[in-house]
Design a protein around this ligand. Structure first.
Ligand SMILES: [Zn+2]
Length: 305
């Protein structure tokens, strides 16, 4: 169901909320922010010496990097792809009440601000038709479920949940608290559809495997009327990776493969009109890739949405 009001800027309706979107052909892209995480640089990059960052302080600081505390800032957020027929939620952040003792800052956290942000777009849990996860890490599948009377139940009761079979099989063999809280309850209720390889959900949305960060990590392509956007999941965490895509990421399952995927992604999309929709770059988190000598830069979207 398409929401009944689209309260974008300048609608003239004093009752409309000012939640904005980005039009892409016949599709609307929306962002739902759960929180902004601050994390030490050393917990994200294996070897990224400060002197390599310093020439870029002028455009990285303060939004992407706090150079004094030496920490990066990363939004936790979802995208909503609104086609003429469906509301598709891509990545579902950390969620509320999750038992995450290895991540004390997220353990049993109250992230109900996410629900209010979703509602501000005119959407309820029931309005989501599909949930897609680029991968099954803590901060990308949390709202798949919510805690009701001591049990984890699907948050989006009318949705089919689209998982990469490769990703699902990996976590099934290596189960974690995240798998047990966010994935298993969906599969047990028969709400999951497993997909393998490149998969077209419909004429607008395609799942593209891009392994490295995790075995079944995917990017989500959105196409309409010759326009293209790609939701990158955790292929990228900070705009500094446009300058140094070869840097190894602490959280990559296969570090050389993760780095190679970033390098080839930069080559593929540099100087194109493709809208790069990251999860963790500072807001608005989306933009286009441009060449800068032998390297690349991220030019943030001029739209305020
Ligand atoms: Zn992430």
């Amino acid at each position: 169901m398409i929401c009944e009001y689209i309260g974008d800027r300048g609608s003239g309706d004093p009752g409309a909320k000012l939640m904005k979107y980005r039009q892409l052909g016949d599709v609307r892209l929306r962002r739902v922010v759960e929180s902004i995480l601050t994390s030490p640089v050393s917990e994200m990059f294996e070897d990224a010496p400060r002197e390599l960052w310093e020439p870029h302080f002028s455009w990285l600081c303060p939004d992407a990097l706090d150079k004094d505390s030496w920490q990066i800032h990363m939004p936790m957020q979802s995208y909503i792809v609104q086609t003429p027929h469906h509301n598709i939620l891509v990545d579902t952040c950390v969620g509320s009440d999750k038992r995450l003792p290895l991540r004390p800052h997220w353990d049993r956290a109250d992230h109900s601000a996410y629900v209010r942000a979703l509602n501000a777009h005119g959407l309820r849990f029931e309005d989501i038709d599909y949930v897609m996860c680029t991968h099954l890490h803590t901060d990308h599948c949390g709202w798949n479920t919510r805690l009701v009377d001591g049990s984890w139940v699907p948050t989006f009761p009318n949705a089919r949940y689209i998982f990469s079979r490769t990703e699902y099989e990996y976590w099934k063999k290596n189960p974690t608290a995240v798998y047990e809280q966010n994935v298993l309850p969906i599969v047990e209720r028969g709400l999951a559809d497993m997909v393998l390889g490149s998969f077209d959900l419909n004429e607008f949305v395609n799942v593209e495997p891009m392994p490295g960060h995790t075995p079944g990590h995917c990017c989500i392509n959105v196409r309409s009327k010759h326009e293209h956007a790609v939701i990158t999941g955790d292929l990228l965490h900070s705009p500094i990776q446009c300058v140094y895509p070869e840097w190894r990421n602490v959280w990559d399952w296969d570090k050389p493969q993760g780095a190679a995927a970033r390098v080839s992604f930069m080559e593929r999309y540099a100087e194109t009109d493709s809208l790069i929709c990251t999860i963790h770059f500072p807001l608005p988190s989306v933009g286009k890739l441009r060449r800068a000598g032998k390297s690349f830069r991220f030019r943030f979207d001029e739209h305020d949405w």
